[in-house]
Design a protein around this ligand. Sequence first.
Ligand code: GRF
Length: 203
Amino acid sequence: LRVGIIISGGGSNMAALVAATKRADFPAEAVLVLSNRADAGGLAKAAAAGVPAVVISHKGFPDRERFEMALHAELVRHGVELVCLAGFMRLLTPWFIGQWKNRMINIHPSLLPAYPGLHTHARALRDGVKLAGCTVHFVREAMDTGPVVAQAAVPVLAGDTPDGLAARVLAAEHRLYPHALDLVASGRTRIVTRDDGGEHVEI
Ligand code: GRF
């Protein structure tokens, strides 16, 4: 399965995915890395891993839809079949999400539905939760919603700071995302829609 990975920053999740796709008989290959920022550290990681990387800055477009049409065109040009968002920090419009419905996954650094949005670790620490973690989910229009593919729980330790917890969760993300991509790319996930409209993934 041809995978396109979209980043905005350091790209450590992208690098973990690319490394996993190089395993023998992994059911996906990373054919493109897209970044909306020219200064994304992930671009150097993609080059080092031999994956074509393209910068499409959102600043170059009059509105979100035209920016996303450029993203879409590049993905289509590379024959991408599944999009992995990995530290991509722009909200996507219903148009783009519609184009990639059930063909786009994202990783979020919390155990969704807890702690959608930003600063997840600081919020978890402030609330005194004992388990943090990360979630891979199919992307839906509402931010950080969508049927869950896989999750990993990470213990919160005494004295944890947001940065310390973030680092522990990030290490779990680097194991979780390749596992989730393997499940999706190998066709082992099925999205079930309930009568009330709720969705969940059956493995
Ligand atoms: C990760 O914590 C990811 O969960 C969140 O942003 C961070 C991106 O890290 N979306 P990286 O760019 O993959 O290193």
